[in-house]
Every structure is written in structure tokens, then in C-alpha cells.
Design a protein around this ligand. Structure first.
Ligand SMILES: [Zn+2]
Length: 346
């Protein structure tokens, strides 16, 4: 028995550094909702029943990467280090670097450089980090969520550009099929991060309870609150009905991809809006409206469902925009044209 308890404590310690955001069911719902926004002229290969199933399944992929990370034996540590911070942005903390949402650098490593410079110039601003809780060396980072969304958007643009070049300039059927499969993969995987962005606790320093001493409104300080919002509440109150939510999704719209850093700024704005929902979320919890007891959770459920719908809409808009704005891959076209004669010679 004692051994079992120790094993459970060990697991809790190993997971302490992880934040999951919506559980699989919530992420799955976001990708499904996004699919319902796509117009009929969106590439048909991405809208087949098999593709839809795969895109929805891939909503959970980025969390699966983290499932193997163990702080105890170092398994999966490099992957956890590289991908863990992609799931969140502790927005309040960017002021420690002298930044605001409007001045966040659109390129990931420029942000990293800003963190390093601020930490070197003002060490007094930053609380000490417990090395025992920082085996994956992510505690100095306040999250990369808007960069992860933007980079994945550009991967999808690249995927559509590659496919168009292969179709135009003589790619083989195998190459064309591979390009289509890659697009489906990126659509599904990127959906995870867009889903994370509407979970208010993924946009704030108060991600596992309101644990600072400015807690004048008596919000929960429970570490478990995060898990409850990720999926505990839905699981305890009948799950998520995607069919009920999908009528709230509008046809996908083109985003300002042509403006400099337009997708990055739109991602930041979305995260800022989710961060504004942090305190309302804590209030709902404090007032018992996120309870699974005696049907008291209707208001809390409506709140969380609206967040899922927002992510579903943004994701659909991002997919649609990546397709509609993918540039022409003239390099690949010229490479394909070079090899055509030799292919004909065979
Ligand atoms: Zn996540």
C-alpha cells in the first residue's frame, strides 16, 4: 500500500510541470468545430470522412508528445523542453521583460533574446527557480503559444504551396498524395495550440489557482482547478456535444495574413481576449457555477463551451487563410520542370 502511495506521489511530482489545457475531448471538439466552418470549395481531400477523423484525432497529438516526459529518468525531456512552452503564454509576466501584447516580438527567438536580456539586466525582478521543478528547463520561459500558432500556420501555407507546385509542375501521384497527407497532419496538430489559446488558464500566471497574495476576491488556490477546467467539469457533467455547438460556427473568413505579422498579432489578440476571461472564470468557480452538483453548472458550462467555439472559429479561419494565401512555390516548380525530361526518357 505504502509503495502504491509513493508511486502516486511520484507521478504527481512528475506531472507537476505539465499543463494539459482542454482534455482530448475538448481539443477534439475544437478541431471538429473548425472543420464545420470550411467552405465546400476547400480542398476536398481534407474533408473526406477519413480526413475529418484523422484531423480530430490529431488534436490530441501535442499532448501525447508530453505524456512520455519524465522528470525522474529524463525520458522525453528534450521533447518536453522544446514543445512544452508552446501550449501557453503567461501574459501578465511579459511586463517583466518590458513588453506589452502590442510590442511582443513576432519572431520566437527575438522573444527568447528579450527574456535573456531582461533577466541579465534585472535579476531582482525574477523569483528564484527551484531546480527540482525545472528538469526540462522551461521555467524561465513564460510560454510560446502565439509563436506556435503562427509557425504552424506558416507550415500549413507551405504545405498548400508544395501541393500546388506538385500538381502544376508534374509531381508524381505518390508525391501529391504525400503532400495531401502532410496538410492533414499539420491541420490537425496546429488545432491543438489554437484550442489551448481559448483555455483562459493557458494565458495567465494564475494557471493553477490564484496563488499570489493579491487574492482579495477569495478565488480558489487549488492546483486541481486547472484540471477541472481542462476537462474534469465536462467529464462530470455529460461531456461535450459538438453537434449542439456547431451551429454557432460561421463560415471561415480570411484573416489579415498579408499584413506584416498579421497572423501573429491576431493570435496575440485572441490570447489577450482569453486572458480577460481569467477573472470571470475564477468568479464562476468561487460562486459555485462550475460545480457538478445539483445542476448548478449551467452558467459555467455555457462559458466553457463559448471558449471552445471561439477556438474552433479561429482555427477554421486559420486553415482557410493558409489555403487562400499560400504563395506560389516557384523554386519547387523549377526543380520539377528540370526533372521532367529525364522522367519522359524512361
Ligand atoms: Zn496544450
Amino acid at each position: 500500500m505504502k509503495k502504491k502511495i509513493l508511486a502516486v506521489i511520484g507521478l504527481a511530482a512528475a506531472l507537476a510541470g505539465k499543463v494539459q489545457a482542454w482534455d482530448y475531448e475538448g481539443h477534439h471538439a475544437v478541431n471538429e468545430l473548425a472543420l464545420s466552418s470550411l467552405p465546400k470549395d476547400f480542398p476536398a481531400f481534407a474533408l473526406t470522412p477519413d480526413a475529418r477523423t484523422r484531423i480530430a484525432y490529431l488534436a490530441g497529438e501535442a499532448d501525447r508528445w508530453r505524456n512520455i516526459t519524465s522528470f525522474r529518468d529524463g525520458t522525453g525531456l528534450a521533447l518536453g523542453h522544446a514543445s512544452g512552452p508552446d501550449h501557453y503564454l503567461d501574459l501578465e509576466d511579459i511586463r517583466l521583460y518590458g513588453l506589452t501584447p502590442a510590442t511582443l516580438p513576432p519572431l520566437r527567438y527575438d522573444f527568447v533574446a528579450a527574456i535573456v536580456k531582461a533577466r541579465a539586466a534585472h535579476p531582482e525582478r525574477f523569483p528564484a527557480i527551484d531546480p527540482a521543478k525545472d528538469a526540462d528547463h522551461t521555467r524561465e520561459i513564460n510560454g510560446f503559444l502565439p509563436w506556435a500558432i503562427t509557425e504552424n500556420f506558416e507550415k500549413l501555407q507551405s504545405g498548400f504551396a508544395t501541393l500546388a507546385a506538385l500538381e502544376k509542375a508534374g509531381g508524381t501521384p505518390t508525391e501529391i498524395e504525400n503532400a495531401k497527407q502532410n496538410i492533414i497532419y499539420v491541420m490537425g496538430v496546429m488545432g491543438h495550440f489554437v484550442g489551448d489559446a481559448s483555455q483562459p488558464l493557458h494565458t495567465t500566471m494564475y494557471h493553477h489557482g490564484w496563488t499570489t497574495n493579491n487574492n482579495l476576491n477569495h478565488y480558489t488556490t487549488s492546483f486541481k482547478f486547472h484540471q477541472w477546467i481542462d476537462g474534469g467539469f465536462f467529464a462530470a457533467t455529460g461531456g461535450i456535444d459538438v453537434k449542439k455547438l456547431s451551429p454557432r460556427i460561421h463560415p471561415a473568413e480570411k484573416m489579415p495574413a498579408a499584413e506584416p505579422d498579421g497572423i501573429f498579432h491576431a493570435s496575440v489578440d485572441f490570447i489577450v481576449a482569453a486572458n480577460k476571461m481569467v477573472e470571470p472564470l475564477y468568479l464562476l468557480d468561487r460562486d459555485g457555477k462550475l460545480s457538478n452538483q445539483e445542476n448548478r453548472g449551467a452558467e459555467g458550462r455555457a462559458f466553457l463551451e463559448t471558449q471552445l467555439v471561439k477556438s474552433g472559429q479561429l482555427l477554421g479561419n486559420l486553415w482557410f487563410t493558409a489555403w487562400a494565401t499560400a504563395p506560389e512555390d516557384t523554386f519547387l516548380e523549377s526543380e520539377l520542370q528540370k526533372r521532367q525530361p529525364s522522367a519522359e526518357e524512361k
